[in-house]
Design a protein. Sequence first.
Lengths: 443, 233
Amino acid sequence: MQTFEANDDGPLLAPIELTSRRFWIFAGALLTIGLWGAFAWWTQLRRGLSVTGLNAPVFWGLYITNFVFFIGISHAGTLISAILRLAHAEWRRSITRAAEVITVLVLFFGMGCVILDLGRPDRVLNVLRSGNFTSPLLWDVTSVACYLTASTIYLFLPLIPDIAILRDRMPSRRWLYRPLALGWTGTEKQVRRLDRAIAVMAVIVIPIAVSVHTVVSWVFAMTVQPMWHSTIFGPYFVVGAIFSGIGAIIIAMAIIRKAYHLEQYLKPIHFNNLGLLLLVMCLLWFYFTFAEFLTTYYGGEPMHMLVFLSKTEGKFSPLFWTMVVTCFVIPFVLLANRRTRTQIWGTVAASISVEIGMWLERFLIVVPSLSNPRIPLTAPSYVPSWVEWSLFAAFVSMFILLYAVFTKFFPIVSIWEIREGREHSVSEVTTRVLSYLPEAANE
Amino acid sequence: MARWGMVIDLDRCTACQACVVACQVENNIPVAGQSDSDRGRGISWIRLAPFNEGEHGTRPGLRLVPIPCMHCEKPPCTKVCPVKATSIGKEGIVAQVYARCIGCRYCTTACPYTVRRFNWKLPEWPDPMGEGLSPDVSVRPRGVVEKCSFCHHRLQNARDKAAIEGRALRDGDYMPACVESCPAEAMFFGDLDDPRSVVTRLEAGPRAFRLLEELGTKPKVIYLSKGESGADV
Ligand code: SF4
Ligand code: SF4
């Protein structure tokens, strides 16, 4: 059996204890984009949604696209981490935290997109005051609120032992870590309780995560509009969400690995394993897309065909075929090929391609259906304005900034889980594997 | 209780758009300038939608059909509103509460007839039109959705009048501005539950049809198809 040297996991604490000049420059750049976005939002508040490129009938555009996209990204973190934890996938240990943070942070930006889209953001509390539960938007508010709560708890629980480590190491930040550590000392009883709590949350979080994106899809599917009113939308959106979410985890991991020199913790094998999951989602995505489009085409209802053709050969066709290439062709080639998948650049390139493709997919769900109303209405094509693009850029930047700030306060790779892996799991897994074998004694 | 409905005879309609103009004036609908209209930001509660007619190449033509809010019996728009800012009343009129609407535009995308409009900016009128606004109809703020109300304020007045006269409201007590203005007399309005009303008689006729009937929205705007002479009017 292999043995491990004692290790204090110093590299995992380094980002918290030291902040380089490069970090400040990076944060400054992100903040600048964020401020530009604030200016764009102020412009929109002052002059109303007339500063967007929206019109009648394209009442929804970039904001709603981004809403679906961001909520989709939020999927992977908690869901993947929960599944890997429940499946006792040992390679999860160094990636779960990085994934869970994505979920919690990006949810805020997803909901933020809806606020941006409101004509009367000042009245948003009407949703609580006189909520109408027949509206899928209300279902959305409810399930996103549940998801945010559950995934915050699910992020926080495994953080507790690490916070205790920091509490003991960094007296200058005791004010922050002491209350958050909840008196953790690592007694056997505490460990047992924590393990249970994490396991329970992992089970609870999975159905909530699935519900979130299902409900997002129902915002569209519950209307009778062509190519929205589809029973496949729930699972289709969930698959797309996990697909784009895994891509986001891979990109985040690659950046963390480079920036904080965590090559020892985030190894090519981690990228390879996530790459395999991404490949599975890529094939599922293709299957769903194919099923959806073939059904529409074969049925050939004129109204549906209008939307269908505007995607496949009309004015949205450049975007549509780019989507097919970036969501399927590129990632499939890169990930099905062992030579490229086992390289970090290979999985990262596939992930970037998937992000572009999935964003286009969301755009192509929202805009073409609205652009082809059943009762003709002449209007110019929807072209997003600078305000919409700026707010998109600002949201992405602020998300990255908050993520970076998180890594400055908490270890982005779970220290205690790595230690636990080193100290217990190796023998545990050996026993487990042995128990599968025919020569093992029956219990 | 009345169930208000409208009948539009496509045989008589000349697509003159008098209804559109009457509605703009009656309901204090802001005037979009050239650039806003070009950007698809104009507001009107009734529009003439161009339908292609005839097979390609054989009998090309365009038919213009007036499209107000259909005041669906089963409106897809009211279900999706997250704040109950739009709802169907006892007399079947689908109303919009401007003071509560959060401007999410879910109703506008859910309406299969695309008749709802959004206030992209503050309402504007060229001088001196802004001074002649109707006191009966509230001017909408920026950021909310509006649509045809079947001239709800007229119904209100009719109801008051009936109350003063000490009788129940009945068919013929009121009609929306578009119906009143139609020079071709192609539009009819009344109580669809009253067996003796003109609209009920027309609704039962052979030419009557509804738009997108297959969606099950049960519109209360009924069309009379073109082609067979209007003997049944
Ligand atoms: S026509 Fe549209 S706006 Fe009018 S009631 Fe029907 S769904 Fe609602
Ligand atoms: S735009 Fe207003 S009326 Fe329409 S769904 Fe949203 S809140 Fe309701």
